[in-house]
Ligand binder design. Structure first.
Ligand SMILES: Nc1ncnc2c1ncn2[C@@H]1O[C@H](COP(=O)(O)OP(=O)(O)OP(=O)(O)O)[C@@H](O)[C@H]1O
Length: 232
């Protein structure tokens, strides 16, 4: 069903200072595939995301994104156009901003910046994404007025508004009630299909991960294992 790789890490080592967290890690996600990563607290799941996003440089090994080998410092801008990221516990901030503007700001640095105003196209895409995540009716509301589930849909909208081909979700449904979780799951499945995204989701809930993903893997001792405990 899936042929080429969206993301491929080979022999990756990553750490903080002298402490190595990911060791000789191999991990592949095919184009269009939805993979969930499970693992204990502190196993290094977020660290793996930071490596894929080139926030943290590998100390050894390679990362390929759509078959292009990417390097920290050289490919960060290109990578931001390819990968949308919804971090864990993303807060709403304390300053007043509308749902529309907060989403539009997700495109900052790609098609507009300090010296270039947002175009009609930027605004059209923002509206389209807010429709897809079911926040169109709330686009003029202040972000602080959103519920937890709506805030997560806003965070997904901000990640999607650059039209990435890959989406990284770090525990998107944690702290949501059952009804909000169900709505968010529907949004995630819908955007995955509509935008033909490759998705990697970090989760602590195996049943939830299985219900959304094509495949689940485990991160343990710095390496990725498949669902029957065989290192990949
Ligand atoms: N900025 C940092 N500096 C030093 N050590 C860090 C830093 N960020 C994370 N660590 C350490 O790296 C290890 C992996 O952390 P990481 O956040 O990747 O784990 P995780 O699997 O995402 O955990 P959780 O499930 O709790 O979110 C932990 O031991 C953590 O303390």
């Amino acid at each position: 069903m899936f042929n080429e790789n969206a993301i491929e890490l080979n022999n990756a080592f990553v750490g903080y200072g002298d402490v190595t967290i990911l060791k000789n890690l191999d991990f592949k996600v095919k184009i269009g595939e939805f993979v969930s990563i499970l693992g204990e607290n502190g196993a290094g799941k977020t660290t793996l995301f930071k490596s894929i996003l080139l926030i943290l440089p590998l100390t050894k090994g390679t990362i390929r994104v759509f078959d292009k080998e990417v390097a920290w410092g050289r490919d960060n801008t290109w990578l931001r156009s390819q990968i949308g990221y919804v971090p864990q516990n993303h807060n709403k901030g304390n300053f007043p901003i509308s749902v529309f503007d907060a989403t539009l700001l997700g495109r900052w640095g790609s098609s507009f910046s300090y010296f270039k105003r947002p175009s009609l196209r930027d605004k059209e895409i923002t509206r389209e994404i807010l429709r897809v995540v079911n926040l169109e009716d709330m686009m003029h509301h202040d972000c602080k007025a959103l519920s937890g589930g709506q805030t997560q849909r806003l965070n997904i909208a901000r990640a999607l508004v650059r039209k990435p081909r890959i989406l990284l979700l770090d525990e998107p449904t944690t702290h949501l009630d059952v009804d909000s979780q169900r709505k968010l799951d529907a949004t995630i499945s819908n955007i995955r299909n509509q935008y033909e995204l490759s998705v990697i989701m970090i989760s602590h809930d195996k049943a939830h991960a299985i219900s959304l993903s094509d495949r689940i893997v485990y991160l343990r001792n710095g390496k990725i294992y498949n669902d029957i405990g065989v290192p990949l």
